[in-house]
Design a protein around this ligand. Structure first.
Ligand SMILES: Cc1ncc(COP(=O)(O)O)c(C=O)c1O
Length: 446
């Protein structure tokens, strides 16, 4: 057996490992690691062979389940055919084929696609596109970008700046100039234990008007929000909130960007949250489920008018000086084509709508568990918010995460909120297992 594959040896060397883990408690993790060595369908397997139910689709990305054959085979074939091809002033057929196929799944009116390699890159691309769009149309005075408190838009400079999670921002300096934030929509007092969209809070969208009055609307290029804010703790938009944001943006000529890195690809029961809520943004950022997490990829989808605004100068000029070495990487395109096939063949992009009522009941059945102060749900997403321990925020959440793993379920936590979003192939029996385990865990976490 290869030395590197031996579980005992992996665990023994972890404490000295050079691997600086992302968004992790490196020292604590390396002393007591939680490792996944293999995956199939709804399950991970630890190096010792323990089966772990995947309650959060990896990192909200494995929407079709793990190691799906059509995707694996597409990648295997792809890598043996074309390992890499430059995308600057050159191309390869899969990029064009994938873009064409993608358009069939996008909300009506989203017709053009810019490829990136992650959600963070999609966000920064969308922000740059918004600024450049105004500039090429003679509105270069629109330089401000607006995000929302508690929002998560990845970790690049633009995304960190428009993001609204304090812990992700505070140690990284002044970030990007010209950014402001509207208020978040989390309101335990009025909305705790809402099922689906909370009733109260549409008026919070009017906070955008406060910023238009402060800065003058003519200085604002774009507003970016997650239709359902996920990584910051799962906040479902109040009824009417997104519609109001759209109205205010329209009134002032501000672009609206929906960050659908998580909400895209079937999570809410329609291909995109844009379809679910019936509110059309100008740009959509995507990643994760676009390739089922198999090969890193992201994309920005945009309205025809945005693309057309750039196609006006001399033909022998580069219209957008932006892109990544790996934009439209052939392997990612192959994985994406395989992924779309699975989504389509198995009807996965609407499956969450069928399961949502069962999911909602299962989630809210935990209401009587110790320390639960709120439960939120939409589509195949659920949040179980726990009261923080006095003086130790996030400790209770972390303990729940670790105990769930010990009991055979992977559940992500955001602070003291347990976040559940299983692959869209989940069966009712697995939903029972997930919430049954959550109940046991909650009973054992003091
Ligand atoms: C809404 C949203 N935007 C952007 C990102 C960043 O994506 P990535 O980690 O692929 O850069 C995430 C990641 O969770 C996300 O949830």
């Amino acid at each position: 057996m290869n030395e590197r594959a031996r579980p005992e040896s992996i665990a023994a060397t972890l404490e000295r490992s050079p691997y600086f883990m992302p968004f992790s408690m490196n020292r604590a993790f390396k002393k007591a690691p939680r490792l996944m060595a293999r995956a199939e369908g709804m399950y991970y397997y630890t190096p010792e062979g323990r089966k772990i139910l995947d309650g959060t689709s990896g990192l909200w990305c494995v929407n079709a389940g793990h190691c799906r054959k059509p995707i694996v085979e597409a990648v295997q074939k792809g890598v043996a055919t074309l390992d890499f091809a430059p995308s600057f002033q050159m191309g390869h057929p899969l990029a064009f084929e994938f873009a064409e196929r993608l358009t069939k799944f996008l909300p009506e009116g989203m017709t053009k696609i810019f490829f990136t390699n992650s959600g963070s890159e999609s966000v920064d691309t969308a922000l740059k596109l918004a600024l450049a769009y105004h500039r090429v149309r003679g509105e270069g005075h629109r330089v401000r970008l607006i995000g929302r408190e508690k929002g998560y838009h990845g970790v690049n400079f633009g995304g960190t700046a428009v993001g609204g999670i304090v812990g992700n921002r505070k140690i990284f300096g002044a970030l990007v100039a010209g950014v402001d934030h509207i208020r978040h929509t989390h309101d335990l007092q009025r909305n705790a234990f809402s099922r689906g969209q909370p009733k109260h809070g549409a008026e919070l969208a009017e906070d955008l008007e406060r910023l238009t009055q402060l800065h003058d609307p003519s200085t604002i290029a774009a507003v970016i929000v997650e239709p359902v804010a996920c990584s910051g703790g799962i906040f479902v938009p109040p009824v009417g909130y997104l519609q109001k944001l759209r109205e205010i943006c329209d009134k002032h000529g501000i672009l609206l960007i929906f960050d659908e890195v998580i909400t895209g690809w079937g999570r809410l029961g329609k291909p995109f949250a844009t379809d679910h809520f019936g509110v059309m943004p100008d740009l959509i950022t995507s990643a994760k489920g676009i390739t089922n997490g198999t090969v890193p990829m992201g994309a920005v989808f945009m309205k025809e008018s945005l693309y057309e605004a750039f196609m006006t100068g001399p033909e022998l000029a580069i219209e957008l000086p932006h892109g990544y070495t790996y934009s439209a990487h052939p392997l990612a395109c192959a994985a994406g084509l395989g992924t779309l096939k699975v989504y389509e063949d198995e009807g996965l992009l609407t499956r969450a709508a069928e399961l949502a009522p069962y999911w909602e009941e299962a989630a809210h059945s935990l209401k009587d568990c110790p320390n639960v102060i709120d439960i939120r749900n939409i589509g195949l997403i659920a949040a179980i918010e726990l009261a923080p321990r006095a003086g130790a925020p996030s400790a209770r959440g972390l303990e729940a995460h670790v105990k769930a793993f010990e009991k055979g379920c992977y559940m992500r936590v955001s602070g003291d909120t347990i976040a559940l979003a299983p692959p869209l192939i989940v069966q009712k029996s697995e939903i029972d297992q997930l919430f049954g385990t959550a109940r046991e865990v909650l009973k054992s976490v003091a």
